[in-house]
Design a protein around this ligand. Structure first.
Ligand code: PGA
Length: 251
């Protein structure tokens, strides 16, 4: 299974900065890279990114999408509108959206369903807080997030395991813990969806950097990474992607 290495820009970059970034990334990435790369700009840069990435090996993703097709939802952008722009992936249930914007598991489930309905692959984010991990409840929390968000597997899916305490802190999970969680997620997928569950890619996210990317990307249970801070520079993002290829990430 080809790994998916994703650059979640979060709320960063003006149009000019986005353009400079994408131009550089397009220079760095060969026509047929051994890992799949995807970039997730802010909504303001999506149209530009869609144009610049079209025909390139780099996929386009959105950081969020509303499940309704259209309507009175001031400030929202629908999956339908994202599909219209050529968006291929959408992040659903990122912990920042759950925590800061109060997204529930049920709302995340609606997003996952809507993404499939419009032909977009959801990247479902799951992960426990530090308190939940310390209380021995990490799997319980992740299992609840999975079982509410994925009632049926109606399309291609990516799951990003992102322990909340590792996001943006500079302190990643221990690769052994990430591996163990990914193994449990995989077992859950197989139990619920049989062989179709095997097609789901499981990413690790949380303080992935060029220096540690290989430790996660070469784990047998992990097929990619969702990268925030260290993806904001194209050289750094490309070095992270190379961590999936084997050998030392190039300097
Ligand atoms: P980080 O963010 O790489 O900055 O820790 C990861 C994420 O939120 O997806």
């Amino acid at each position: 299974m080809r790994a998916l290495v994703a650059a979640n820009w979060k709320m960063h970059k003006t149009l000019k900065e986005a353009e400079d970034y994408l131009r550089r990334l397009l220079e760095l990435v060969p026509p047929d890279p051994p890992v799949e790369l995807a970039v997730f700009p802010s909504f303001t840069a999506l149209a530009l990114a869609s144009e610049m990435l079209s025909g390139s090996p780099i996929a386009l993703g959105a950081q969020n999408g509303h499940p309704e097709r259209e309507g009175a939802f001031t400030g929202e952008v629908s999956m339908h509108q994202l599909a219209d722009l050529g968006v291929q992936y959408v992040i659903c249930g990122h912990s920042e959206r759950r925590k800061i914007f109060g997204e529930t598991d049920e709302f995340v489930a609606a997003k996952v369903r809507a993404a499939w309905a419009y032909g977009i692959t959801p990247i479902l984010c799951v992960g426990e807080t530090l308190e939940e991990r310390r209380a021995g409840k990490a799997w319980e929390v992740v299992e609840r997030q999975l079982s509410v968000a994925i009632e049926g597997l109606s399309g291609p899916l990516v799951i990003a395991y992102e322990p909340v305490w590792a996001i943006g802190t500079g302190v990643p999970a221990h690769p052994k813990d990430a591996q163990e969680m990914a193994r449990q997620i995989r077992a859950w997928l197989s139990a619920h969806f049989g062989e179709r569950g095997e097609e789901v890619r499981i990413q690790y996210g949380g303080s992935v950097k060029p220096e540690n990317a290989g430790e996660f990307l070469r784990l047998p249970e992990i097929q990619g990474a969702l990268v925030g801070g260290a993806s904001l520079d194209p050289e750094s993002f490309w070095r992270i992607a190379q961590g999936a290829i084997g050998g030392r990430p190039s300097e």
